[in-house]
Design a protein around this ligand. Structure first.
Ligand code: SF4
Length: 177
């Protein structure tokens, strides 16, 4: 993503397709194939960085918002973050890396406890459990009350804000809920 300022953001994938099956997501409509390795995740960023170098630009920001649920490939994603932050690699500042999750609650606690200083985004997409469970079946396992407790833990421990993602839908049957 090219921003008006010098920020250049790469949206990376952590899996090939996804087992979470959110109703609004083309990735989730396909059968989960595999977790990407740490190397495969990093290569996505290096590929774009090589391309940008021709224009004398570099990757400045990374968002884990591509294909897959990053917290279902936790270890490889964390390894990739640690390497991408390292000055020997790209030295991307922790505050410029965002991990977006559909709400894998135990991993939100684990991610918080690692104290990586990276940012967290939550795919929220609904104001109540009824609609969220319809749109995101994962909500039946990790309902909003549990998700919000984990989010509170993250903000209290890290003193950082969370970004919430929300797809707006004007369909009458959804708006009426
Ligand atoms: S977790 Fe993300 S990638 Fe997976 S189905 Fe939901 S929106 Fe799509």
């Amino acid at each position: 993503m090219n921003h008006k300022d010098k920020r250049r953001t790469v949206c990376v994938s952590s899996q090939v397709f996804c087992a979470v099956g959110c109703k609004f997501c083309a990735t989730g409509a396909n059968k989960f194939e595999k977790n990407l390795s740490c190397q495969e995740i990093i290569e996505q960023v290096l590929f774009v960085n090589r391309h940008l170098k021709h224009k004398e630009e570099i990757v400045t920001n990374i968002v884990f918002m591509g294909m897959g649920e990053p917290f279902l490939n936790f270890d490889e994603v964390i390894k990739a973050i640690q390497i991408l932050k390292d000055e020997e690699c790209l030295g991307i500042g922790a505050r410029h890396i965002t991990v977006s999750t559909s709400g894998i609650v135990p991993k939100i606690y684990a991610f918080t406890d690692l104290n990586l200083h990276t940012r967290l985004a939550i795919s929220l997409h609904a104001p109540n459990d009824k609609l969220r469970s319809e749109l995101m079946p994962l909500n039946k396992r990790y309902p909003l009350s549990e998700l919000m407790k984990a989010c509170d833990y993250y903000t209290q421990q890290t003193n950082k804000r969370i970004s919430y993602e929300y797809v707006l839908n004007d369909e009458p049957e959804i708006s009426a809920l």
